[in-house]
Design a protein around this ligand. Sequence first.
Ligand code: NAP
Length: 304
Amino acid sequence: MYDIIVIGGGPAGMTAAIYARRATKSVLVLEALTCGGQIINTPDIENYPVEAHISGFDFSNRVYEQAKGLGAEFAFEKAVDIKDEGSVKTVVTTKGSYQAKAVIIATGSENRKLGLEDEQRLTGRGVSYCATCDGNFYRNKVVAVVGGGNTALEDAQYLAGLAKQVYLIHRRDSFRGEETNAERLKACENVEIVYNSNVTRLISEKRLKAIEVTNKLTGEVRTIELNGLFVAIGRVPENMNFASVAELDEAGYIVAGEDCHTKTEGVFVAGDNRTKALRQLVTATADGAMAATEAVKYLNNMSL
Ligand code: NAP
């Protein structure tokens, strides 16, 4: 029996583990894949206090070492259910189950798909959701990025430094991402921005070899021959397994305020999978601190 189980080893979950351990609570972090979450794909973080530049990979490793150093335990298993039995919560994983007095859900989100035919088959064969993981395969080649948020703008800049030609395809004529990011991208000579357009078809043999792009305003269809397509159209929260203990909004985010409480006593939420105005590294770590602090208060009240 642990005091706290944290589901998800991203910045929110690992920060929660740090705070919980500093309050001397026993902590198990359950992570389905690799610790770090979404930030692991960011080549250069420059908006987190103290470090002017650090890669998402290095950041994640350092937080992981910090949490482990403080005594947090980690298990690499996907949590698929939480059973609320009042003062005891059972977290069911793909390999077994664990018990704790409190649970923090910090599962973040997963890549949104374009929903095109063959998208899944071509993933790893020309279609990618991670520029920093796969960009190196496209040195001096032609690639496109889809999206208009900070991820797409940063991915396109990163790829412009590797590839021969980069197309950025965005469905509107203004960006959701920051102005600074857009201006930096526009200054790259090997980048063409294709506005008001959607990718409407993936053309392939064994691998992706071209995309069909349709202009939403004119209906014009253009075929772009390329080697790689990087999809950066946002993420969707991974909360469906926890709908019995936490209320979800229409988009699937767990409804919770700044105190990170869910509708179930002893179950808290932290990070990108919570309803909130700003999803950034700094707000994820802040949530981790808050959720752990509230969980510790809950545990201390239980033992009174
Ligand atoms: P995002 O901000 O949600 O942007 C998603 C983009 O994809 C939007 O431009 C959206 O278009 C477009 N889109 C969504 N569904 C689409 C579809 N089906 N087809 C075509 N386009 C589609 O996602 P994100 O860029 O991954 O960023 C997520 C969060 O992380 C944001 O808060 C972002 O600021 C943050 N982030 C921060 C940094 C940083 O601070 N360095 C780096 C990366 C990400 P519309 O604009 O038309 O809706």
